[in-house]
Design a protein. Structure first.
Length: 1063
């Protein structure tokens, strides 16, 4: 069956292939081969899919037809039977409700007839005795009816003049009460005030004098005889039962309503009928009867108890009257007493869900002629049948709702239908599986061969794309490097020119130095981007040069301190005194490691501190003291095992005894890293939290590069557990010290000069580290972290009484280091604070730690007051040592005279030395041609060269450079000038310029020089920093290669080496 489609597809494939070959003149592309293989593979797939589709359609139709005839007919029959059952269940409580209503009507009518008879008999009451007799007769008549009907909750009669007589059964304490009212200040002894102009006015129409406030009484009765069994008790109105009044029968017809009472937990059915006078023209009293609905709820419970269903009765407005669940409350409590509860607010979830469904189906209040019947209402976790019935009463229509679980009626049918469906589906699946297996067996060989061929071609195409992508990436990185290095070269060059200005103040020089460090950091970042491919390919080569490790780390901390200060984060560096000052290695990579680690800490630290710790150990003594490290520094046990496994301590010690193990810790108080992510954060494009990039930025490459660089330096890095919040990174590096330089450990001898220091600094952690270090050196320390504490300590120290005790009889030297942040700089109070400190100028030396944003006004004021020792924060050991040494060397000692009391004599001598520079400028007499298209870089390079004595001629592109040299070369050819009389000693050539780039210009100059036998040195000055760029420059004939930004020292040495050899 599949042969015909296959032949058609093969013919189409061969036609397309031949036309493509003829059109491309014999060339075949990988994309064309892939398309051909796909077309061949599609022919087999189409045949397969056609067979499976036909089988699926046939089996699916069979399954659907079977399912339809099995389920639909059975369900129709059972639904008809189930409807009759549900209708009968629903009719029974409605009939019971109808009986209760009829019974209540009969009792109420009887009471009305008797009341009319008695009232008409006493309608002409002429005195108080007859009126009292009327009320006694009405009491007896009402009691007789009330006692004969035990189902009644209460029976009352309220007269038009306000008097009330009622009987009430309290179901809570099973007592019967007689409740009646009287009117305050009204007495039956007073004569009637009958208006003679009104002939029909009688005892029930009289005007009551005085206060008409009602007083209510309740007295207990014997439930069988109606005799009084206790004393009457005055009760407040809020304890009354519901008593029907004339307002409930305004039209003189019977009315029904639902009442609530604090004496029962269910609603009451209340009926009210008027009692008319003898003529039937007016209402003289209202009879009210209330009946509890307990029997209705009990009947509902008996009906649906076996079905696990629910029946409830509501008013047309939705008030819940009775339910089959006896534990469900029908009333809710409120400050004013019990109130009715809506069915949609019921505590029973089924009743609540059913009421909401019915309310949604009705779309508001239901019409009295409509019934709701459904078989698929989902209430909770089950489906229910819902049926309703309406009982239309005058002024009280009611709704009965029946909810029966569907599984009670259709459970077995649904189960069998589900089993039937599963059997049919299983049979269909089996047929499909067997068909697929047969098709797979028949076409497996052909499909596998086509798939392998298509994958081979696809892999070839993917490889070609990957190579092209790699080339595009390399070209992109090269172009990006050039475009970024050009402005960076201008920035760094201008900063170098500024630093050469001798008129700069110390603060200006420090600020420019800081800017240059930041620019250098950006340049390092650019280099990191270029080195990513080297790290991934394993071709990263580390430089080997001597550098000051402490100065590099301190400069890095200074650079990040500005950002941390803005975030109220303290940056600290704590290097041990045994750390080597000069080491050999790649300083740029070491700085890159710590820059990435500190930058990560800043991103995730909003308060607290970031601290960089460091200590060292000689690799030779590492093996000897191995037991000490394993016992005392268990955290580094994994690192030591790695060293022993690689044998680094043996190989290195045999070659160079100066190899050091430098241990470092970078700790912060940020959000920390989940322990499950401690290893994965060092992978490429991995971050501890997927939202990190959105919240904090970054790409997830920083820690990956850090680990690669650390491993390249023979070290290891990992995240370890710390006490408290934050992250603790531990790492070690293997670096060597210069072999010809003895290792010196700086040990200041401050105790010899009896130095005493007060540290008044904001940062707690930095101040603590400095204090512990000074205490270890034997220097007495006082600490303060706010202004009031500082003033209190100063007053105690320099108090005339205590001052002699705080210093010895020999020479003492007090140094007070104050953070500028302790002063109140927001107002002018800081000047008063400086006035206070001025009192101690003759007794101590002050050193100030300034912020990066400290204003010039404050600095000028500090200098005016004689405070010349100022450093930029943060304060660490080396800065503190500089402050101490400067203060000791520039300040004479403070001498104490024991015999002179508190007299202190201060001798100050200030010597200003001016340094002059003598000697010839290094590039004086040289003429240099500069080919550069960027105006800023032209200016930077020109100023650098001219400051060193060179004469510079600037051109804007390679064509102008060739034109400037062509005149001289032609004159040399004609013999008019000698080779030694060249107008330029050297050419600085930018590689990427408009019109003619540096490569083409160099080639043109070298071709012209071939006939004249002259040679002008050409030095490449380019922003391209790839290793291939240097080879390209030397290949076209350039003599040297310099990268931007311009390294002044390297440029001078290169120029001198080329011009001297030429001379």
């Amino acid at each position: 069956m599949a042969s015909a489609p296959r032949r058609i597809f093969n013919k189409i494939s061969s036609t397309l292939t031949s036309s493509r070959i003829n059109h491309s003149s014999g060339r075949t592309s990988p994309r064309g081969n892939i398309n051909q293989e796909k077309i061949r593979c599609y022919s087999v797939c189409v045949a397969r899919l056609a067979i499976m589709a036909m089988l699926a359609i046939l089996i699916g139709l069979l399954t659907l037809l079977t399912w339809h005839f099995t389920k639909v007919y059975t369900r129709t029959s059972l639904n008809a039977l189930a409807f009759g059952l549900r209708y009968e269940l629903l009719q029974r409580p409605m009939l019971r409700m109808w009986k209760i209503l009829n019974s209540t009507v009969e009792i109420t009518t009887s009471q009305v007839k008797l009341s009319e008879y008695v009232i008409r008999k006493y309608s002409k009451a002429e005195n108080q005795a007859q009126q009292v007799e009327l009320y006694e007769v009405m009491r007896d008549v009402t009691w007789a009816l009330f006692a004969s009907h035990k189902a009644l909750n209460s029976m009352s009669i309220k007269y038009r003049n306000g008097f009330v007589q009622a009987f009430h059964r309290d179901l809570r304490d099973k007592n019967t009460y007689y409740i009646y009212s009287n009117l305050y200040n009204y007495t039956m002894v007073e004569p009637y005030d009958v208006n003679q102009s009104l002939p029909h006015q009688g005892w029930n129409d009289q005007t009551i004098h005085g206060n008409i406030s009602a007083i209510w009484y309740r007295e207990p009765l014997d439930p069988d005889t109606g005799r009084k069994t206790g004393k009457q008790k005055e009760i407040p109105p809020d304890e009354l039962m519901n008593i029907a009044g004339i307002s409930q029968v305004p039209d003189g017809a019977a009315s029904w309503h639902i009442a609530v009472s604090k004496f029962t937990s269910s609603p009451l059915l209340s009926a009210a009928l008027p009692v008319l006078d003898e003529g039937g023209g007016s209402i003289v009293a209202v009879v009210g009867v209330t009946t509890a609905l307990y029997s209705v709820g009990q009947l509902m419970k008996e009906l649906v108890e076996l079905h696990d269903g629910h029946i409830y009765l509501t008013s047309q407005e939705g008030w819940l009257l009775a339910t089959s669940n006896s534990s469900t409350p029908l009333l809710r409590s409120s400050p004013s007493g019990p109130t009715l509860m809506m069915a949609v607010d019921s505590e029973d979830e089924i009743i609540k869900s059913g009421a909401k469904w019915v309310e949604k189906a009705y779309g508001g209040q239901p019409p009295v002629t409509r019934k709701v019947h459904t078989a698929a209402a989902r209430l909770g976790h089950q489906r229910y049948y819902i049926d309703s019935f309406f009982l239309n009463l005058t002024r009280l229509p009611m709704v009965g709702v029946l909810c029966i679980p569907r599984k009670y009626i259709m459970g077995k049918v649904d189960a069998r239908a589900f089993k039937t469906l599963m059997i049919l589906i299983s049979a269909s699946v089996c047929v499909l599986v067997v068909g697929c297996i047969c098709i797979f067996i028949l076409t497996n060989g052909v499909s596998k061969e086509m798939k392998l061929r298509a994958e081979l071609i696809s892999h070839y195409d993917a490889r070609r794309k990957a190579e092209a992508s790699s080339n595009f990436k390399s070209q992109f990185l090269a172009n990006m490097s050039h475009e970024l290095r050009t402005p960076m070269a201008a920035v760094i060059g201008l900063l170098d020119i500024l630093l050469c200005d001798e008129c700069l103040t110390n603060e200006q020089s420090a600020t420019i130095t800081q800017i240059r460090r930041c620019s250098t950091a950006l340049l390092r970042l650019l280099n990191n981007i270029l080195d990513i491919s080297k790290v991934e390919s394993g071709k990263l080569v580390l430089e080997e040069a001597e550098f000051d490790l402490g100065r590099e780390l301190e400069g890095l901390v200074d650079m990040f301190s500005v950002q941390c200060k803005n975030h109220n984060v303290e940056t600290i560096i704590d290097l041990s005194d045994d750390m080597p000052k000069v080491v050999r290695g790649d300083s740029g990579r070491v700085v890159q490691i710590f820059a990435n680690l500190i930058s990560n800490s800043i991103k995730f630290t909003t308060s607290g501190y970031i601290i960089v710790r460091g200590w060292s150990e000689n690799l030779k003594s590492f093996n000897e003291n191995e037991k000490f490290y394993v016992d005392e520094k268990a955290l580094w046990s994994a690192f030591q095992k790695r060293l022993k496994k690689q044998g680094l301590h043996e190989k290195t010690c045999s070659k160079n005894d100066n190899t050091m193990i430098l241990y470092f810790e970078v700790e912060d108080t940020g959000c920390g890293i989940d322990p499950s992510k401690w290893e994965s954060v060092f992978e490429s494009f991995e971050q501890a939290d997927p939202s990190t990039t959105r919240l904090h930025g970054g790409t997830g490459l920083g820690l990956c590069i850090v680990r690669s660089l650390v491993n390249k330096m023979g070290g290891e890095i990992r995240v370890v557990k710390k006490n408290g919040s934050g992250t603790l990174m531990q790492l070690y590096l293997l670096l060597s010290t210069p072999s010809d330089t003895p290792r010196e450990i700086y040990k200041p001898k401050f105790s010899e000069i009896n130095l005493k220091i007060m540290l008044a600094l904001n940062g707690t952690m930095g101040r603590t580290i400095l204090s512990q270090w000074l205490l270890k050196l034997g220097v007495p320390i006082w600490e303060a972290n706010e202004w009031n504490e500082l003033t209190h300590i100063l007053q105690q120290l320099f108090n005339p009484t205590n001052y002699a005790q705080n210093i010895s009889s020999k020479v003492d030297f007090f140094l007070i280091v104050i953070d500028i942040g302790l002063l109140n700089l927001s107002t002018d109070i800081w000047k008063e604070q400086l006035n206070f400190l001025h009192k101690f100028n003759k007794r101590a030396k002050f050193g100030w730690v300034l912020n990066h944003d400290t204003s010039n006004t404050i600095k000028i004021e500090l200098r005016r007051r004689g405070y010349l020792l100022m450093v930029s924060g943060p304060l660490y050991k080396s800065k503190l040592i500089q402050i101490i040494e400067t203060a000791i060397n520039e300040t004479p000692p403070l001498t104490f005279f024991p015999n002179g009391g508190d007299k202190i004599e201060v001798h100050e001598e200030i010597h200003d030395e001016e340094k002059g520079k003598n000697g010839k400028k290094c590039l004086e007499g040289l003429r240099i041609l500069l080919a550069e298209d960027t105006p800023v870089l032209q200016r930077v390079a020109t100023m650098m060269l001219e400051q060193m004595g060179a004469v510079v001629v600037v051109v804007g592109d390679g064509a102008q450079a060739v034109e400037a040299l062509d005149i001289f070369i032609h004159e040399v050819k004609k013999g008019k000038k000698s080779i030694e009389s060249t107008p330029y000693d050297l050419v600085l050539m930018d590689c990427q310029m408009p019109k003619m780039d540096g490569y083409e210009a160099t080639k043109a100059i070298r071709r012209a020089e071939m006939e004249s036998e002259s040679h002008i040195p050409i030095v490449a000055l380019t922003a391209h920093a790839m290793s291939s760029d240097e080879a390209k420059c030397l290949e076209v004939g350039m003599d040297a290669y310099l990268t931007k930004p311009i390294d002044c020292k390297l440029m001078v040495s290169t120029i001198l080496s080329l011009t001297k050899s030429r001379a």
